[in-house]
Design a protein around this ligand. Structure first.
Ligand code: ADP
Ligand code: MG
Length: 357
């Protein structure tokens, strides 16, 4: 359905310098594929989507859609935009129109669908994304998750052959990520062709038929979710998918700000969708720091989260120590009962206790 050949994009900066963002992108996309595009920021993921629907005209290469090179002179852009829907990070709804009008606008203006028919279909689509009850309100009164679901309905109203999603959940409050991902999941089940730039690794693994790992302006690795996440060929892919998010605290003297630690830990847990672990993280950190490890300073505490496995842990590291400072007696029983596991191990520089939450 879509064939991308040697696609490149170079930006001309105002100071005259050049920035080549897409170097040589090649891929074939078939109908019904759900492709998640992952990779470090700044590697051209958004630029690739924007080049695909000519929001950002490429500087070289070819894009074939249904047997036609859309980069050839005279290819009608409105035809392309009908084939490719786009859902943006910041929703881009028409703020001065009601939810219903947002969805009926393009079919009426561009496809000349009669108003009655456009409204009927818009309501069906709004029902599909769980937003029919808000048809008559203005976007300003909606939450981010609701706005994004309306944006998805608006895109579907044009019956596009493919929808491009550019980080559809990254502007959302963490509590609203799920409702948008579940709508996209449903579209995948319906067999809609989609290209989704996302940072949600577990979602990407579960929903996609294929993953593109983009790095430095090329599709660095292209494979099934199983290949990319379980058996990546390239070390850069492996490092990216297994990356661990960390929050580090150094406890030295007595002037450590525990309140700030609490706040930072809560934020971290919300950011990585493990808000339910925050309470336990606080309790474990306090019990360890004030009871079991009270006399061990300096000490390094790390809260870590591995996105792909979903593992969240607290690491306590004491330098220069050779045996576990945790007593193997009843004083740690209640702690052991509340957590998934406690791993005690010597490191090259001291001793580490890892508490899996
Ligand atoms: P990603 O989506 O992977 O984070 P982008 O495609 O947004 O990356 O951007 C890749 C690079 O291109 C970045 O360095 C960005 O600053 C640059 N870039 C993006 N759009 C423009 C533009 N319109 N003009 C100049 N540079 C741009
Ligand atoms: Mg981007």
């Amino acid at each position: 359905m879509i064939s991308i050949k040697h696609l490149s994009k170079t930006f001309h900066n105002p100071d005259g310098s050049l920035l080549t963002v897409l170097k040589d992108v090649n891929c074939d996309i078939s109908q019904g594929e759900v492709i998640s595009i992952i990779g470090p920021s700044g590697t051209g993921k958004s630029t690739l989507l924007r080049a695909l629907n000519m929001l950002e005209p490429p500087t070289g290469g070819e894009i074939w859609v249904d047997g036609e090179n859309i980069m050839s002179k005279g290819y009608p852009l409105d035809k392309l935009r009908r084939k490719m829907g786009m859902v943006f990070q910041n929703f881009n709804l028409f703020e001065h129109m009601t939810v219903l009008d947002n969805v009926t606008y393009a079919p009426m203006a561009l496809l000349h669908t009669p108003e009655k028919e456009a409204k009927k279909e818009a309501l069906e689509l709004l029902r599909k994304v769980g937003m029919a009850q808000k048809a008559d309100v203005f976007p300003a009164s909606l939450s981010g998750g609701q706005k994004q679901r309306v944006a998805i309905a608006r895109s579907l109203a044009m019956h596009p052959a493919v929808i491009l999603f550019d980080e559809p959940t990254s502007a959302l409050d963490p509590t609203m990520v799920g409702e948008v991902l579940s709508v996209i999941r449903q579209l995948a089940k319906d067999g809609l062709t989609m290209l989704i730039v996302t940072h949600e690794m577990r979602f990407a693994r579960d929903v996609s038929t294929r993953i593109f790992f983009m790095n430095e302006g090329v599709i660095y690795e292209d494979g099934s979710p199983e290949q990319i996440f379980e058996h990546p060929v390239h070390s850069a892919t492996k490092a990216f998918v297994n990356r661990i998010h960390k929050l580090v605290f150094e406890l030295d003297g007595d002037d450590f700000d525990f309140l700030e630690m609490h706040t930072d830990m809560s934020r971290f847990c919300i950011k990585y969708n493990v808000a339910d672990k925050a309470e336990l993280a606080h309790a474990v950190a306090e019990e360890m720091l004030f009871r079991h490890l009270r006399i061990f300073r300096p000490l390094t505490l790390r809260l870590t989260h591995t996105e792909l496995s979903g593992e969240t842990a607290l690491d306590f590291m004491v330098e220069g120590l050779s045996a576990s400072p945790l007593q193997a007696d009843a004083s740690t029983d209640s702690l052991r009962a509340r957590v998934k596991d406690i791993i005690e191990e010597p490191t090259s520089r001291g001793f580490r206790i890892k508490v899996l939450l």
